[in-house]
Design a protein around this ligand. Structure first.
Ligand SMILES: Nc1ncnc2c1ncn2[C@@H]1O[C@H](COP(=O)(O)OP(=O)(O)O)[C@@H](O)[C@H]1O
Ligand SMILES: Nc1ccn([C@H]2C[C@H](O)[C@@H](COP(=O)(O)OP(=O)(O)O)O2)c(=O)n1
Length: 331
């Protein structure tokens, strides 16, 4: 069945039928690494009661498959060759799912005092295995832009992106109002997807396209902060585990070793800035679907903008385009 909205063949009849019925609204958020796409997209989706897809996670799952099967590992594979084809087959057969964890995440008190800004956590499943943490590992960061530059890989991922978008926008959502209950006509379905080519290639007819940007240093510092708080969490968990198993000295030593290992294995801000720069360069200069600002995108540079402000600006742009009154003019 041909899906009218994006013109691709929906293989699953139930999804195809739903996608013809859904009054959907698509928000595409693109931009360079660590510009705030995924955290913003999750909060926007939460505010609007839309589904959310982190398309970078799909490329990261593809990279994990490549590493596990030793494809690309030696940097020796070329697009279209046997190794690349092997990876395309693996991605096409893989079952990737991205779920917002209900009731999870952190809640930010908004400047307007509504206190409703929640950034939920996302769980990424690869053939049923929770790989949410593993796909953020440094070895994945190093390889993912190369994997994402392969045209065959991109075609396979494109299918997954569109399929997941339809599945996500028709899933029940938990939102301040509940989905579709707004008397002034909040749409019954919508999706926010973030990545590099969402507004240019994946959903070129998206109702709202955002290009998020920030200075290279601001992005590197934010990533570093993020890693630092992860490290603290890991150390706290290791310390708690060590305390719990106090009777077992070996376990205490092992946990302590893990904690100290965690503290030395994290890169500096400069290392992160270099890695982001290399990845941005690869994403901007690749042949297939390079990172570009779509001609009809709204560009938001959030270097000096609060997180709340950028989320509410996008929510209001979406509401305006849906014919609903703006909500956060006071910001
Ligand atoms: N306007 C902002 N000011 C400060 N930090 C921000 C802002 N927007 C996002 N962040 C933080 O920057 C980090 C990277 O954001 P993330 O959404 O993971 O980026 P991306 O998906 O583009 O890689 C996160 O810790 C996020 O909370
Ligand atoms: N739509 C997309 C999404 C991601 N990619 C590629 C490019 C990126 O370097 C990797 C990882 O993307 P991801 O959004 O997870 O990366 P960051 O969180 O911004 O560091 O995937 C892409 O080519 N197209």
């Amino acid at each position: 069945m041909l899906c009218s909205r994006v013109g691709y063949l929906c293989r699953a009849p139930t999804v195809a039928a739903r996608c013809l019925q859904a009054r959907s609204f698509t928000i595409a958020i693109d931009g360079p690494a660590a510009s705030g796409k995924s955290s913003t997209a999750r909060a926007v989706a939460q505010q609007l009661g839309f589904g959310y897809i982190d398309s970078g996670s799909i490329y990261r799952c593809a990279t994990l498959l490549a590493l596990r099967k030793n494809i690309y590992a030696a940097d020796a594979s070329a697009e279209g060759d046997e190794q690349s084809q092997k990876l395309v087959d693996l991605i096409s057969r893989a079952n990737i799912d991205i779920n917002i964890k209900p009731g999870s995440g952190w809640s930010a008190q908004s400047a307007a005092g509504t206190g409703r800004l929640v950034v939920p956590d996302v769980q990424v499943l690869l053939d049923g295995e929770d790989v949410s943490r593993e796909i953020r590992a440094p070895e994945i960061n190093r390889l993912v832009a190369k994997v994402a530059s392969d045209g065959g890989v991109r075609d396979a991922v494109l299918h997954t992106q569109r399929y997941l978008a339809y599945a996500a926008e028709t899933r029940p959502a938990s939102t301040p109002e509940g989905r579709g209950t707004d008397s002034s006509g909040t749409p019954g379905g919508g999706v926010v997807m973030d990545g590099r080519d969402i507004g240019t290639t994946v959903f070129p007819k998206a109702e709202l396209k955002i290009y998020l940007d920030a200075s290279a240093m601001a992005r590197a510092i934010r990533r570093w902060d993020e890693m630092n708080s992860h490290m603290k969490e890991t150390q706290a968990a290791a310390a708690a585990a060590a305390q719990k198993s106090n009777a077992d000295r070996d376990a205490v030593k092992k946990d302590g070793d893990q904690a100290s290992h965690a503290s030395v294995s994290y890169p500096s801000v400069e290392d992160i800035a270099r890695e982001l720069e290399q990845r941005d360069y690869a994403d901007i200069n690749r042949k297939h679907s390079p990172l570009r600002i779509a001609s009809d995108a709204v560009v938001i540079d959030n270097t000096n903008m609060t997180f709340e402000h950028q989320v509410y600006s996008i929510v209001d742009l979406a509401r305006e385009r849906m014919g609903l009154p703006r909500r956060y003019d006071e910001l």
